[in-house]
Design a binder for this molecule. Structure first.
Ligand code: HEC
Length: 148
């Protein structure tokens, strides 16, 4: 009889602990703010956009996509347009690759070609962050670009 009481008590305590744990996890999840998470990803992406370690030739994305991609750039015969709501533009035909690409694939195209880096895996947080950043960029106002 005593044994049964002990077993039942232990079971009740264990269930209580598990419930409390589940409740705590739910609360932690509820605290996550989607907008803040996206803002953090964009911020990490911006850091990568200026990171020489992404490639192997000492260049950064920002060397070509000046002002963080917010500016039209002419470099020799290369004409680079300011990023403008890219998430709404892709997938589309990408001239340099001579085929239709997604935004992730364009970013990886620039990681591997101009930066001579290693392509990022589709589930690499760095790829997500770079894409989040690029998609967040709006072209600079003309008076802003003239000052630079
Ligand atoms: C050597 C110069 C160069 C570097 C460095 C470079 N890119 Fe590009 N990128 C280009 C050119 C050229 C294009 C195609 C022209 C265009 O789309 O305006 C392009 C296109 C893009 C586009 C598509 C823009 C659009 O309007 O469709 C994205 C996004 C992009 N690059 C992201 C990046 C990222 C991220 C990096 C760093 C990993 C990077 N690029 C590094 C030259 C460069």
């Amino acid at each position: 009889m005593k044994k049964i009481i002990v077993v039942v008590l232990v079971a009740i305590i264990a269930a209580g602990v598990m419930l409390a744990y589940a409740e705590e996890k739910k609360e932690a999840k509820a605290k996550v703010d989607p907008d803040t998470e996206l803002a953090k990803s964009v911020e990490r992406g911006f850091a990568l956009f200026n990171d020489k370690k992404l490639g192997t030739n000492g260049k950064t994305c920002n060397d070509c996509h000046k002002s963080g991609g917010a500016q039209d750039v002419k470099m020799g015969d290369m004409s680079i347009k300011a990023f403008d709501d890219l998430a709404a533009q892709y997938p589309k035909y990408f001239m340099m690759a001579e085929k239709v690409l997604t935004l992730d694939q364009v970013v990886n195209f620039c990681v591997t070609m101009p930066l001579k880096g290693k392509a990022l895996a589709w589930d690499d947080q760095k790829l997500t962050d770079l894409v989040a950043y690029c998609a967040s960029v709006k072209p600079a106002k003309p008076e802003k670009t003239e000052k630079k």
